[in-house]
Design a protein around this ligand. Structure first.
Ligand code: R5P
Length: 310
């Protein structure tokens, strides 16, 4: 097997390679003057089991295109099997027709990855589990839950702990972590008057005197978490922190989080972060390199991936 990385998250790819005790294979991803992408795989991959790591994070379209072109290059170089490892699968929020005459971009992106020549996909915390079915190739969807859960246990304990789903769609995810911590859950009834803005309508559950932890798959503008934290504190929560799998953190989100009432935001390294986020006083990053490395090893050895979560 060999592991390669395009440009979106070399830090994570290097950590995964370290855990697998192998170097990243040499590959160059360059831009022509007009920004077209050109890929050169600098070592023989004929007959190899290839894992190509690339999150389709900001700039999403460039990173997606890099991935597609890398897969094409690997196919044409006669790799035996190509697994697209997407620690963060972007476009996932466009997973249904939210209104008339709109696309289902998550399905389109799944088709593009398949058509480019990927044999399988390895990803983590898809926005909606059913996106797995958008791919007509085997797709493993890992959960950051165990990593987040152990960090919560270590840093917050379980006394007076309450886990909060910031919207109805996140209840299953939140309950999964809460059950294993023996914690109660509450739910934020959130509305989106228009894309990019969110409004808290109600809190379902009694959060008075509780140490609250919001659990979400994505933090993007931070609006959902900041609004939820305010509402929870108003309802008597003693403190509010948040754990999210994917730190999209666009458009001044790091500043918004820093000046909010959130005690702390914990994200994973599924998306590489700029210095501004690394320097943020109340944002902490957990690595999922070990989880991904174990899953890659299991796929290469034709072993169960779900056994990682037993
Ligand atoms: C939405 O359903 C997702 O789970 C997140 O809650 C959302 O993407 C967060 O967005 P923002 O940080 O912009 O409020």
């Amino acid at each position: 097997m060999k592991i390669l990385s395009a440009n979106s998250n070399l830090n994570l790819a290097n950590k995964i390679a370290d855990k697998l005790d192998m170097p990243l294979s040499a590959m160059a991803v360059r831009r022509f003057a007009d920004k077209e992408i050109f890929v050169n795989i600098d070592e023989n991959v004929r007959g190899k089991d290839i894992f190509i790591v690339q999150s389709t994070s900001f700039p999403a379209n460039d990173h997606l295109m890099e991935l597609l072109i890398c897969i094409d290059a690997l196919r044409r170089a006669s790799a035996r099997r190509v697994t697209a490892v997407l620690p963060y699968f972007g476009y996932a929020r466009q997973d249904r027709k939210s209104e008339g005459r709109t696309p289902i971009s998550a399905k389109l992106v799944a088709n593009l990855i398949t058509t480019a020549g990927a044999d399988r996909v390895l990803t983590m915390d898809l926005h909606a589990g059913q996106i797995q079915g958008f791919f007509d190739i085997p797709t493993d969807n890992l959960f950051a839950g165990p990593v987040l859960r152990e960090d919560i246990r270590e840093n917050y304990g379980t006394d007076k702990l309450m886990l909060i789903s910031p919207d109805v769609g996140g209840v299953v995810r939140t309950r999964g972590i809460a059950m294993r911590l023996g914690a109660d859950i509450a739910i934020v009834d959130k509305r989106r008057p228009k894309p990019g803005t969110s409004k808290v309508m109600n809190i379902i559950g009694d959060v008075k005197g509780r140490k609250c932890i919001l659990v979400d798959d994505i933090v993007d503008s931070g609006g959902t978490l900041v609004g939820a934290a305010e509402a929870l504190l108003e309802q008597g929560a003693t403190e509010v922190s948040a754990y999210c799998s994917h730190g999209v953190l666009s458009n001044g989100a790091a500043d918004r989080i820093a000046s909010s009432q959130l005690k702390e935001l914990v994200i994973t390294d599924s998306i590489n972060q700029p210095q501004k986020v690394l320097d943020a006083p109340n944002i902490r990053i957990l690595s999922i390199a070990s989880l991904l490395a174990k899953a890659i090893r299991r796929i290469a050895n034709e072993e169960s991936v779900s056994a990682l979560f037993d």
